[in-house]
Write a new protein. Structure first.
Length: 307
């Protein structure tokens, strides 16, 4: 595969996936189909600490969190597409792909079918509490060094308290301390574990998902072994062989494949929970034997023609 073909195929695949995602995940408020798993969650009979019903807000908050994260995934896909050209950054697509994959993995965990309203709400609270604690730590560290923070940054220090109030209000036991806390029935999942679980449906069994995730992380973190994957030997004018900065077309193609595959697997879970119907169930086909981003685009185009 040459560079021009890889760029063209990848751009087409990304554009189709973005159109699909914006069409089906774009509404600010996801509405489940009647008799769907999500509809049952909205009609839950759980009670708050004061004995009043949970109502729709707790599960809808979980769906809103998933919606927000999928917006970020689609934004990353758009970012990769913007980089694709004859002259393009070498590691830029990989950096954005890693971000998209990691965000998608959180949604994959949050929107697991069959877990029920309590577990889903606890997972959202776990994600929110972890985020709030990290944001609060950063805000406090700046304040401890004497920095004057903008109001919205300083407010992050109070986010943890707001999440804790939500947990208490819903009648859920107080969470454990730290950044890997348990909220009610759910223990926080690591980025590596969440990503590996999602990628099991995307990559061949011969390539352990944990290794794939670590390979992307090595590039993102600037580790030498990761960066060396983007170099190739070339003969200089004096006859010596030196390595130069280079993006192999196969690497670009596989990066786009994995990223679109991650989107596909998350969308399948969202679709199943929301009950939107079989015609909306996939974006691309897992295990079809195809090997290029263009083939994923073809699958998505066929799908869009059916909707």
């Amino acid at each position: 595969m040459d560079h021009q073909t890889a760029v063209s195929d990848s751009r087409q695949a990304l554009e189709v996936t973005q159109r699909f995602g914006n069409r089906h995940l774009g509404p600010a408020k996801w509405e489940p189909a009647a008799n769907s798993e999500a509809a049952a969650e909205l009609a839950n009979t759980e009670k708050r600490a004061d004995g009043t019903p949970w109502g729709e807000n707790p599960p809808r908050t979980a769906y809103a969190a998933a919606n927000l994260m999928m917006t970020a995934v689609l934004d990353n896909l758009a970012g990769i597409g913007k980089l694709l050209d004859e002259q393009m950054p070498v590691i830029g697509p990989t950096i954005l792909a890693r971000s998209a994959i990691e965000i998608a993995a959180s949604v994959f965990w949050l929107m697991e079918p069959g877990i029920g309203v309590v577990n889903r709400v606890c997972r959202e609270l776990t994600l929110s509490l972890t985020s709030a604690r990290r944001a609060g730590q950063i805000a406090r560290e700046f304040q401890d060094q004497g920095f004057t923070l903008p109001a919205e940054v300083a407010a992050a220090a109070q986010d943890e308290a707001r999440v804790l109030r939500r947990i208490a209000d819903l009648g859920i036991a107080p969470p454990t301390a730290g950044y890997s806390s348990r909220v009610g029935t759910e223990q926080a999942i690591s980025d590596t574990a969440a990503t590996a679980a999602m990628l099991k449906a995307v990559i061949p069994p011969s390539a352990p998902p944990e290794f794939v995730y670590r390979a992307y992380s090595a590039v993102t973190h600037g580790q030498i072994d990761g960066l060396m994957n983007f170099t190739a030997p070339a003969v200089s004018s004096d006859g010596s062989t030196l390595r130069h900065w280079y993006l192999p077309p196969e690497v670009l193609d596989s990066t786009v494949q994995v990223t679109i595959g991650a989107f596909r697997e998350v969308y399948r879970r969202i679709n199943k929970v929301m009950g939107w119907g079989s015609s909306r169930a996939t974006c691309g086909k897992s295990g079809s034997g195809r090997s290029t981003a263009a083939d994923l685009a073809y699958d998505a185009l066929v799908l869009l023609s059916l909707i």
